[in-house]
Ligand binder design. Structure first.
Ligand code: GDP
Ligand code: MG
Length: 436
């Protein structure tokens, strides 16, 4: 998936603004990528139409390439599609009753344990687990094992075959014993059928839970949507739990389910262990589906650090030939704030591109900074006054050599010249200079 999108976004690179033509090509690839991730056809199509409307005609910020801006638009739209902000869980009851629903094998029992553990350790709650899977004795054992692992009590009634009665008894037990959350684990079947739906619906009506959660295996792809719809029609559930996101999974289920039932995804399961639970963050999921979290956050960091105003000021300075070592130092510091050098080089206007050409890595900055710090303010704004004795002094002061000082001065001089040329729109001159 990520490869495809990478390719798609490549189409946009090098173009100055987002136009109908390059957007169409990119969105075709985005749509294909979504379909590959098992997103429903119509949802994928609607999605790309919306992104297109947003993208066309947007001016590309000086610091962003069109491709990067497209990534951002796609990501924002995907985030919104999956629910915007993270949705919490309703814990207002006394006790709060949480009902699990879903197919057999979706991960209900495992997630019941994870949620109990999460509420106990992160929210200082006192949860009780209730075993309502009456069809397999092993299911009750499984919940007891889970409860034992996390130190949470499990209520069960092995002789009883009526899940409604057990769940009621469980809630009564919780009230009598000071539990403030009751998590009801239920039986599922391998596919949607009448018996299962009637049973879960009966439990739901009888106990009227604060929170009804639908648990779904994220690896089931398109089927997940149909199952979600069937359960939602009967239960009108409050939220979705997406399990098994740790495997080689198709995150597309998150998009499709949200679009079809319009209920928030609340938690994700990322492993078999009790700690493998995470609050669902739509933005993170968008990153995951796009498979380019790094690119997206780079774009965001670039935006934070280099607002347009700053870039404009810098360009003015360059144009007036006033770009000095102080500005250079500021740029270096900004670059460093943003994180890893190599990834970021391409994003910095003017000087950044030049720095890339002279191939400076992270460590090289240490020496450069030391040298600039050893310069007087006069020397920084007017490097031409730096003669042999000044070079000696700067070298000594910065713990470098005259040679290194010379090298930096030369690089800086080259850089200034090149920046000046770029400013003047001197593309041709630039090419000539590069050719030698
Ligand atoms: P239930 O039938 O709905 O109660 O499903 P279970 O809780 O018994 O889970 C079925 C299988 O999926 C078990 O082997 C679990 O260990 C496994 N499982 C559940 N959640 C996850 C998850 O988030 N990641 C992985 N890798 N496995 C999970
Ligand atoms: Mg189970």
């Amino acid at each position: 998936l990520s490869d495809k999108l990478d390719k798609a976004l490549h189409v946009l690179k090098g173009h100055g603004s987002i136009t109908e033509v390059n957007v169409a090509e990119t969105l075709k690839e985005v749509r294909r990528a979504l379909l590959d991730a098992d997103v429903n056809f119509k949802i994928a199509k609607d999605f790309t139409v919306r992104v297109k409307d947003k993208a066309i005609g947007q001016n590309v910020l000086t610091t962003l390439q069109p491709g990067q801006l497209m990534v951002k638009i796609v990501k924002d739209e995907l985030t919104e599609l999956m629910g915007g902000d993270a949705a919490g869980i309703n814990l207002s009851g006394a006790p709060s009753v949480i009902l699990m629903s879903g197919l057999q094998g979706s991960g209900k029992t495992t997630f019941s344990g994870k949620l109990a553990n999460y509420l106990k350790t992160k929210k200082s709650k006192k949860p009780l687990l209730v075993a309502c899977d009456v069809y397999r004795p092993a299911a009750i054992d499984q919940l007891h094992i889970v409860g034992g692992q996390i130190g949470v009590e499990v209520f069960s009634d092995r002789g009883n075959t009526d899940p409604v009665a057990i769940s009621k008894a469980g809630i009564a037990h919780a009230k009598a014993n000071g539990y403030n959350v009751v998590i009801i684990d239920t039986a599922g079947r391998l596919a949607v059928d009448e018996v299962m739906m009637t049973e879960i619906s009966n439990i739901h009506k009888a106990i009227q839970p604060q929170e009804t959660l639908f648990v779904v295996d994220s690896m089931t792809g398109q089927d997940a949507v149909n199952t979600a719809k069937a359960f939602n029609d009967v239960l009108n559930f409050d939220g979705v739990i997406l399990t098994k996101l740790d495997g080689d999974t198709r995150g597309g289920a998150a998009i499709s389910i949200k679009s079809v039932v319009n209920k928030p995804i609340k938690f994700i399961g990322t492993g078999e262990k009790m700690e493998a639970i995470d609050v669902f963050y739509p933005a993170r999921m968008a990153d995951r589906i796009l498979g380019m979290g790094d690119v997206v956050s780079l774009v965001e960091r670039a935006q934070e650090q280099f607002d347009e105003e700053e870039a404009r000021k810098l360009q003015k300075k360059i144009a007036k030939n006033q770009f000095g070592f102080d500005d250079f130092l500021k740029q270096i510091q900004q670059i460093k704030k943003m994180g890893n050098m190599k990834d970021l080089m391409g994003m910095i206007p003017g000087a950044g591109k030049m720095l890339k050409d002279v191939d400076i890595d992270d460590d090289a900055f240490k020496g450069i900074e030391a040298i600039i710090h050893s310069m007087t303010p006069k020397e920084r704004t007017n490097p031409s006054i730096i003669n042999a004795s000044r070079k000696q002094r700067i070298g000594n002061g910065s713990g470098t050599s005259v040679q290194q000082v010379n090298q930096l001065l030369k690089q800086f001089d080259q850089m200034s010249k090149m920046m000046k040329m770029m400013q003047g729109g001197g593309g041709k001159k630039m090419m000539q200079m590069m050719k030698g």
